[in-house]
Ligand binder design. Structure first.
Ligand SMILES: Nc1ncnc2c1ncn2[C@@H]1O[C@H](COP(=O)(O)OP(=O)(O)OP(=O)(O)O)[C@@H](O)[C@H]1O
Length: 244
């Protein structure tokens, strides 16, 4: 479980987070939806301990990220940019390396890599160098890296940005599997279709604050619209910076 409690963060002249609070539960995919500049990345960076809030707190499994960053990070997987894989390494080398970075010893890291390679059906490419991989293969390798230490919680910032349809489908399938295994999945997006297709819970954000929370159906009911698109536009007050 991930919770953020009354987070404030000022960056230069911008109040990027302005009293942001929400909870992302285990066994659910939670989407942070908001237009460009809403504060989604700032929020996720705070949850990962890369940014310190001015006030308020982010907690992972009840562990305060600012107080115990190492402990909190062990409960978290951060899905990296799949375009930034080390080309010279094979997925097996890459995934074991990250398992060790997350505190597993050499033997444990090898076993954990083996398991995730099997679970994500990466066996046939596990010993090829990443150079020349398709987007879908990169995506799976990147996800394997994020979950090799079996974190209960996974966060992803605009994960489908730049992906083709096939890779997007692969990623969506993988996120649903993680959800079904009881993980807490939190991702940000400004693409409505994606949020509608994937999320059990949507946190609608604008100007560093939560403007509404609920399942896609609940958000429609709250606003009296049949279409999620209309519901979001009403909640945010504009369709600028949101993609259909
Ligand atoms: N390093 C920075 N320097 C200056 N302003 C920043 C910086 N980081 C964030 N901001 C500002 O804080 C606000 C929130 O930015 P953030 O990146 O969190 O939004 P976002 O919702 O992730 O947007 P997008 O969908 O465009 O990625 C924006 O107004 C942004 O310009």
């Amino acid at each position: 479980m991930i919770s953020v409690n009354d987070l404030y963060k000022r960056i230069g002249d911008v109040q990027a987070l302005d009293g942001l609070s929400f909870t992302a539960e285990d066994g659910q995919i939670t989407g942070l939806l908001g237009p460009n500049g809403a504060g989604k990345t700032t929020c996720l960076r705070t949850v990962f301990g890369l940014l310190k809030p001015d006030s308020g707190s982010a907690e992972v499994e009840g562990i305060n990220v600012a107080v115990s960053p190492q402990e909190a990070k062990q409960q978290l997987g951060l899905f990296p940019d799949p375009f930034g894989l080390y080309e010279r390494l094979t997925p097996r080398e890459y995934i074991s390396f990250f398992a060790e970075l997350n505190g597993l010893n050499r033997k444990e890291a090898k076993a954990a890599a083996e398991k995730v390679i099997h679970d994500l059906r990466l066996d046939d490419i596990a010993d090829r160098r990443c150079k020349g991989f398709s987007q879908g293969q990169r995506m799976k390798t990147a996800l394997a890296q994020a979950i090799v230490h079996r974190p209960r919680n996974i966060i992803l910032d605009e994960p489908t940005r730049g992906l083709d349809v096939m890779s997007t489908r692969v990623l969506r399938g993988m996120l649903k599997d993680l959800r079904d295994q009881g993980h807490c999945v939190l991702f940000s997006s400004h693409v409505m279709q994606e949020v509608a297709a994937l999320c059990d819970q949507v946190i609608v954000m604008a100007n560093g604050k939560v403007v509404a929370t609920g399942s896609p159906a609940e958000l429609c009911a709250q606003t009296g619209h049949d279409s999620l698109e209309e519901a979001f536009i009403q909640l945010i007050g504009t369709d600028e910076g949101i993609a259909a």
